[in-house]
Structure formats: C-alpha cells, structure tokens
Design a protein around this ligand. Structure first.
Ligand code: TXA
Ligand code: MG
Length: 313
C-alpha cells in the first residue's frame, strides 16, 4: 500500500485549490461535510474509487455515496421520480442521501455502486464541501473517512488518527456541525428508510405526507445488502486454467480471456472487477477465476467473487 505524507490543508483559497487538484488527479482527499468527514475520490475514476477501499481497509465492497455540488446536477446521474424531486427540493443541500436508479450513461465507476443498478446521491450543505465539489467539477464518492470498523470522524484530527499516511490530504473544516451520518432514503418501489441519520425521519414524512416504510435488510452491515449484483454465469474460483467452454478471468501475468491486472496490482484489479465480470457475463459462458492473493484489496475482491460464485436462489 502506498505511503503518503498526508497534507493538512487549510480552509482557504489555496487549500481548496490544492484539494481540488488532488481529487482531479485521482488522489484521495478527506473533506468536511455537515454530517461527518468523507473520504473523497473522483467517482468517475475506477482506480481512485479502488483506492478508497484500500485506504479504509474494507474487507468488502460496500456501495458508496456520490456527492454533488448542487441539486440540479443529480438528473445527470440518476432517475428522479416525483417523491425524489420533492425530497431534493426540501432537503438539499443537507443531510439526506437518496438511493435512486443510476442512468446507464452516467459515467460512474462500477465500483461506486458495487455493481448495483442504483446509486446513493447527496448534496452536502457544508460550504467547504460545496466549494470543493464545484472546483473539482466531478461527482465525488465518499464514505465516512475512518478505517473500516471504526467510528466516523467529525474533526480533521480524527481523520488523521485513522488515515494519516494512507491518503493524500485532509481539508480541515473544523468540527462537523451535525456529527452523525446522513439519513438514507429510497423512493422506489415506495419511500423507504434505509438508514436513520442527521435528518429526522419526521421531517421526511411530513414532506411526503406519508410514513416511510422500514427496510428489513440491515444495509449498514457490510455484506448484508439484499440486492448485490450477481452475474448470470456460473463462477468457479481458484482456477489454474479454463476448462473447455469456460472464460478465464486472470490475475497477474497469464493467458486468459480478460485480465484484472496483468501486473498483479490489487488496486488495478479492484478497479476492473465489476466491469470485467459484466463483460464476461455477456459472453454467456461459465467463468473461471484465477486465484487472487487474499491480502489488502484482495480480501474485498475475494469476498465479492465468493458471493458471485455462491448458488443463487
Ligand atoms: O453523512 C454521510 O452519509 C457520510 C458523508 C461523508 O456523506 N457518508 C457515509 O458513507 O456515511 P458510508 O459509506 O459510511 O455509508 C453509506 C451507506 C452504506 O451503508 C451503504 O451500504 C449505503 O450507504 N448505500 C450506498 N449505496 C447504496 C445503494 N445503491 N443501495 C443501498 N444502500 C446503499
Ligand atoms: Mg461509514
């Protein structure tokens, strides 16, 4: 894993310009939002998104929230229905995240959504977050800026306690005013609460004029998502070579149909994983997958592959 001298950027013109430059170059920058600090990376850049999972040390690929500078931009990435528009008008910018159908031509890296057909979107209210998003000019994927399994950071020092040396920079915006994560809601098939958070459920229900359904699936527990992307094709793991009729998904220098990373780089492999699975799935043959080392991002890749290989119901 790359070691960085993490830059501690001040909330001024110079700090913002540097943070935007780093994000645009594919580096990771922790940024203040009104809820908690986010670990930001360019959501259109597969490798930047893979680095987010690497920096957090996450053993699985949970889908991430994309952050936009203003509500009008959301239509470029997601299908907004009437309820979604009403909620966006009432609560954006703010501590509300909407999970909505991803537009196919949105240009969002497949790793952001963990291959799901939906994406989580939020327009933060924090002035520094908005300035940074505007300057960067890209959607920014950002989970909370803590190592996996630790609590969300609400100061730049918390971020450094967990991620110093693992990210390019932190933009210091002082303490986060809300201090808990955003409330996550989906409007489809009906308005449903996916995670309680900084925006009270009562406010959302008053806006919609109807109660929110509760979600049974426990999306906060990694791997508990009910609707993970799974390929149609049968998958065989730890394959040394393809059997007749199989496609081979390779890793490291080898003969195969598609290679996650000829150089054997786990960040590159993670960045390519979901699009590679989709491509091989379209061919329609069973997929054999070469062994992937089970350390660093390899753990998350293997977790994903095991899920994809598990019998489907
Ligand atoms: O306040 C917040 O929401 C902070 C700041 C940085 O914006 N972010 C945050 O991200 O808490 P994270 O990654 O720690 O939590 C995002 C949650 C995860 O539980 C994930 O499973 C869920 O959002 N999520 C993301 N995309 C989803 C999708 N397409 N469907 C269902 N759940 C989704
Ligand atoms: Mg989190």
């Amino acid at each position: 894993m790359t070691e960085y001298r993490t830059e501690h950027l001040q909330p001024d013109t110079k700090g913002l310009a540097r943070a935007a430059e780093l994000l645009r170059s594919g580096a990771l920058v922790a940024l203040p939002t009104e809820t908690v600090y986010g670990l930001g990376g360019d959501a259109t850049d597969d490798t930047a998104v893979a680095r987010i999972f690497e920096a957090k040390g996450r053993p699985s690929f949970n889908p991430l929230i994309i952050h936009l500078s203003d509500a009008a931009k959301a239509e470029r990435y997601v299908e907004m229905d009437e309820d979604a528009r009403r909620l966006a008008d009432a609560f954006w910018p703010g501590a509300l995240t909407l999970v909505l159908p991803l537009k196919p031509d949105a240009g969002i890296a497949p790793l952001v959504t963990a291959g799901l057909p939906t994406v989580a979107v939020r327009v933060p209210e924090h002035p520094l977050a908005r300035d940074l998003l505007r300057l960067t000019g890209r959607p920014v994927a950002a989970p909370s800026a803590n190592p996996s399994g630790r609590i969300s950071p609400t100061t730049a020092q918390h971020v450094l306690d967990g991620l110093d040396g693992r990210i390019a920079a932190v933009l210091d915006g002082g303490p986060c005013p809300v201090g808990v994560e955003s409330t996550i809601v989906t409007t489809q098939p009906e308005p449903t609460l996916l995670r309680p958070g900084g925006l009270p459920v009562e406010a959302i229900e008053a806006c919609l004029g109807a109660p929110l359904a509760a979600h049974g699936g426990g999306i906060n527990a990694p791997g508990q998502m009910t609707s993970h992307y799974a390929p149609e094709a049968a998958i065989r793991l730890e394959a040394d070579s393809a059997r007749p009729g199989e496609s081979l998904l390779g890793f490291g220098h080898m003969d195969c149909d598609l290679n996650l990373s000829p150089a054997g780089d786990l960040v590159e492999a993670a960045a390519n994983l979901f699009s590679a699975m989709r491509k091989l799935d379209e061919i329609g043959k069973p997929i054999a997958v070469a062994p992937i080392p089970d350390h660093g991002l390899g753990r998350a890749i293997n977790d994903r592959l095991r899920r994809a290989a598990a019998p489907k119901d």
